[in-house]
Every structure is written in structure tokens, then in C-alpha cells.
Design a protein around this ligand. Structure first.
Ligand code: NAD
Length: 469
């Protein structure tokens, strides 16, 4: 489960050898530690003219204690921005390669771009700053969802933003992540949880993603313990990603119910004890599993606020060699059990307003994978579940989203033959595998009460893997 190559590449002799031979050079990623600030240096914020997000973003950043080194709102709203005199005099476009101080993040409000000729503003902003980012820097472009645009020209320009952010993610290197956040008109006040997640070390292994935020009522959030008082059920919690999800949700304040098969009872009890939660031994594929789970949750807590469908299995064989029971068991655990549990918990109204359904998909469900027809079918089905349920659940004030992990260092990936394992690890913008905590933190962002406007999203936690879109 350890990446010996990356550990070696981070030593003195390793660094020299990697450089000399032109080998992949996995950067050390900035990951969140409790008490860390959102950023370790000032951020740059600017907007195409007419941008509707730059002012709310400047206010959010300032109230979150993030220093803004330059912002186009500085002239209109000096109270909300801190302007670095060294760069303010010349403006962002003129600082090219001439002592632009290192920035933790480059944020650009592109909502004012209404046709393709306006895209030049992106070049003007990013070109001079392309080498001014700290290691593990952040690029976030904000746009209007093309489906909400008033004209085809505006929708075209807004759709073009995807190509820019995905390319920056592949180009900037040194652990930089780049994302596009589409904020629907009227959703300006629902951005904070996403801004905080994407700026922080919590999103270390998330890059090249497109996030959509819709209008929603966002309650007051205690950002240090956003899940205080919430009940969170995590399936497949005895080990791997699920165990980490339990830990991260508990650290965010949730009371965790950790579920796994009876055969994993000891490991499950350890996880539950470590996070001060409770354990439920249950095989999710048992015919009475949804009812038994619903009864347990109703008796113990009366509800469940956050439901993380993480349990999953692989039974890999090419389709011609696969047995029917390998097909059935993968579909049953990875997809059908999620549907059956959702149906019962929703029917019995055990998931209240503000509830969060979060499924674990996979990049195999997006790109497909040789030898994984069963697994990829189940994981693509999970994406279908999220997208089809989101509008219906929105009426009940419940969100539903999925994470799609890429190569994450767990027992599941430790079993992959060496050559394939190395390919999986290195073929992404970070040149390394992710850690369970990277998936767990992404799930915690979806789970936050602050993410009320984030629904129907599938976010890959894959270091921008070359596999798939
Ligand atoms: P893992 O095998 O380490 O853990 C999965 C857990 O699910 C185990 O504890 C297992 O006992 C439990 N489980 C399996 N069947 C169950 C059932 N019928 N009822 C209850 N519990 C059951 O796997 P992991 O790597 O931690 O993966 C977690 C999730 O992430 C899975 O859905 C997996 O498909 C997905 N995923 C993992 C990776 C990766 O690189 N590790 C990549 C993409 C997606």
C-alpha cells in the first residue's frame, strides 16, 4: 500500500536521479492538517468585466482570513480586499514574469464572458501568472452553467472554460489543481463550502473537475465542525476508504454509524471505537438488509443525516471468461444495494431535510476498464442513480452526489499486478496515487451543511487521471 518510488523520489539522491533520467517526479502534495489555514500565501482574484461573482468571492475570502493580493474589486470595495502595493500598481496582466510574488491560488470570475471573443480575458489573466503559483497551488475559474446562459454565444463561451481549466491542470504541475465551478444565477451565496474545499489541502488529489452549484438556502456553518450533531452512516467502514471516511466525518463532528459484513466485525469495532461511533454488522446484499438497517437507525437515532454508500467489491475477468455469479455479486453490492437502501430510508422518511446521500463510484464507471465490465457497469449505474435522483430529492431538501476515485492506495489496488499498478499510479497530473483521506475529504465536503447547493455532481478524486473524460 506504500508508494516506494515516490518516497525515494523525495530523498536527495532520488531527486537527482529522477531529474537526470527524466522519470516521473511526484510532487509532495499539501494535505490538510487540523488547524491549517485555508491557504499559506495570498491569492489573486480577478474578473472579466461584468462578472457577478467577484464581489461575493472577495467578501468570502476576506471573512475566511484569506489575504487577496490583488482584486479588481479593490477599487470599488476597499473594505473587503487587501491590496499588495507591489502588484496593485501594475495590475495582474502587467506583472508578467517581473517579480509577481508567489500566490497560493489564482481565482478568476469568468461569468462576465458572453461570447468567444471575450475568452481573451482568460489569457490576459493567466499568462503573466502562470509561473507565480506556490507548489500545490490552486486555480479556480468560476462560470455560469451553459444550460443557464441567455444566448448560444454565451453558453459556448462558458462551455469553453472547461478546456482551459483541464489544460491548466495538466500543464502547471508541482501539485497544482485546477477546477471549473459553474455557479447558477441566484446561487452566489451557496459557494462558500466549495470555495473552502477547493482552496484547502482537503482537495489535494482533486483536479480537472467541473463542479455545479445551484441556488439553495445555506444555514450558518461552523467551519471547524460542520457536522456537529449529525448522524452519518458509512458502509464498508471496516477498512480502506470507508474507515477513513468514518474518521474524517467524526473529526468534522458527526456521530458515525460504521457498517460492514459480520466477517469484518473486529476491524469494524476498532474503527467505530476509534471515532467514538457505533458498529453495525450487516451484509448489504441480504434480502432483509434495508429493513434491518432502517429499524436500527429509527430505534437508535430516529434519522440519518449523511448516508455514505462506500461498500464495494471487484471480481475482475474479461466478459467472455466471467461467471454469472461474479457479474451478479458486483452489481448487487456496488449498485442494487444502494438503490434498495435509499428506497427504504426515503420511504420511511428517515433522511430529513438537509440530508446528504453520497455514493462512491469509480473512474472505471466513466472510462470503462478492461476486465471490469461488471464493476464499470455498477459504477456507471451509480452515476445514473445520482443524476436521476438529484431533481426529485431537491424537492425534499436532500442532496445526492458521487465521488469517482481513481487510483487510491488501498488493499484493493495493492492486489493489482505491479506493471499495471505503476501505470495507474503515475498516469495522472500528480504522478502518484491518491490516499483514502483524499476521497474522505471530498465526501466530507458533499456532506457539509454548507454544500446545500451542490447536488447531482460526480467529482473525480483521481489526480486528473488520463483515463476517461
Ligand atoms: P476495500 O475492499 O478496502 O473496502 C471495502 C469494504 O466494503 C470492505 O471492508 C468490505 O468488507 C465492505 N463490503 C464489501 N461487501 C459488503 C457487503 N455486502 N456488505 C457490507 N460491506 C461490504 O475497498 P476500498 O479500496 O476501500 O474501496 C471503497 C470503495 O471505493 C469501493 O466502492 C470501491 O469500488 C471504490 N473505489 C476504490 C478505488 C481504489 O483505488 N481503492 C478506486 C475507485 C473506487
Amino acid at each position: 500500500m506504500s508508494d516506494r518510488y515516490a518516497s525515494f523520489a523525495h530523498t536527495g539522491p532520488g531527486r537527482a536521479l529522477v531529474k537526470r533520467l527524466g522519470l516521473p517526479d511526484p510532487p509532495k502534495l499539501r494535505r490538510h492538517r487540523p488547524g491549517d489555514p485555508l491557504t499559506t500565501a495570498p491569492v489573486r482574484l480577478d474578473a472579466a468585466s461584468g462578472g457577478r461573482l467577484v464581489e461575493p468571492l472577495a467578501k468570502l475570502l476576506t471573512s475566511a482570513g484569506v489575504e487577496i493580493s490583488h482584486s479588481s474589486t479593490a477599487t470599488t470595495d476597499p473594505a473587503t480586499t487587501t491590496t499588495d502595493p507591489a502588484t496593485a500598481a501594475t495590475g495582474p496582466a502587467e506583472g508578467a514574469g517581473r517579480g509577481v510574488p508567489p500566490q497560493a491560488a489564482l481565482l478568476y470570475d469568468a461569468t462576465g464572458i458572453t461570447d468567444s471573443s471575450g475568452l481573451r480575458a482568460l489569457f490576459d489573466f493567466f499568462h503573466p501568472l502562470a509561473r507565480a503559483l506556490h507548489p500545490s497551488g490552486r486555480v479556480i475559474v468560476f462560470g455560469t452553467p451553459p444550460e443557464s446562459c441567455g444566448t448560444p454565444r454565451e453558453a459556448t463561451a462558458q462551455r469553453a472554460l472547461e478546456g482551459l481549466t483541464r489544460s491548466i491542470g495538466k500543464e502547471f504541475g508541482r501539485g497544482t489543481t485546477a477546477q471549473l465551478v459553474y455557479v447558477a444565477p441566484g446561487a452566489e451565496r451557496a459557494v462558500e463550502s466549495t470555495l473552502r474545499f477547493l482552496l484547502s489541502g482537503r482537495s489535494a488529489y482533486v483536479s480537472g473537475q467541473v463542479v455545479r452549484i445551484g441556488p439553495a438556502e445555506v444555514p450558518e456553518v461552523d467551519w471547524a465542525r460542520p457536522l456537529d450533531g449529525r448522524i452519518a452512516l458509512v458502509t464498508g467502514a471496516a477498512r480502506g476508504i470507508g474507515a477513513k471516511v468514518a474518521e474524517v466525518l467524526a473529526a468534522d463532528g458527526a456521530r458515525v454509524v460504521a457498517l460492514d459484513v459480520p466477517a469484518a466485525g473486529d476491524a469494524l469495532a476498532e474503527v467505530a471505537n476509534a471515532v467514538g461511533g457505533t458498529a453495525v454488522q450487516l451484509d448489504l446484499t441480504a434480502p432483509d438488509a434495508p429493513l434491518r438497517l432502517a429499524d436500527h437507525l429509527a430505534d437508535r437515532y430516529g434519522r440519518v443525516d449523511v448516508l455514505v454508500h462506500n461498500a464495494g467489491i471487484t471480481r475482475d475477468k474479461t466478459l467472455g471468461r466471467m461467471t454469472p455469479d461474479w457479474w451478479d455479486s458486483v452489481l448487487e453490492v456496488n449498485l442494487t444495494s444502494q438503490e434498495r437502501i435509499n428506497d427504504v430510508l426515503l420511504d420511511r422518511e428517515l433522511i430529513p431535510r438537509g440530508g446528504r446521500l453520497i455514493s462512491v463510484s469509480s473512474i472505471a464507471g466513466i472510462a470503462g476498464n478492461r476486465g471490469q465490465t461488471n464493476y464499470a457497469t455498477s459504477k456507471a449505474g451509480v452515476i445514473g442513480l445520482v443524476q436521476s435522483m438529484a431533481p426529485m430529492l431537491a424537492e425534499r431538501g436532500i442532496t445526492v452526489n458521487a465521488v469517482a476515485p481513481g487510483f487510491i492506495e488501498t488493499r484493493l489496488t495493492a492486489r493489482i499486478p505491479l506493471a499495471l499498478r505503476e501505470a495507474g499510479r503515475r498516469m495522472n497530473s500528480m504522478a502518484q496515487g491518491g490516499l483514502p483521506v483524499d476521497v474522505a475529504q471530498t465526501i466530507a465536503w458533499f456532506a457539509s451543511p454548507g454544500s446545500a447547493g451542490v447536488t447531482g455532481n460526480v467529482v473525480r478524486v483521481c489526480g486528473q487521471s488520463l483515463l476517461g473524460a
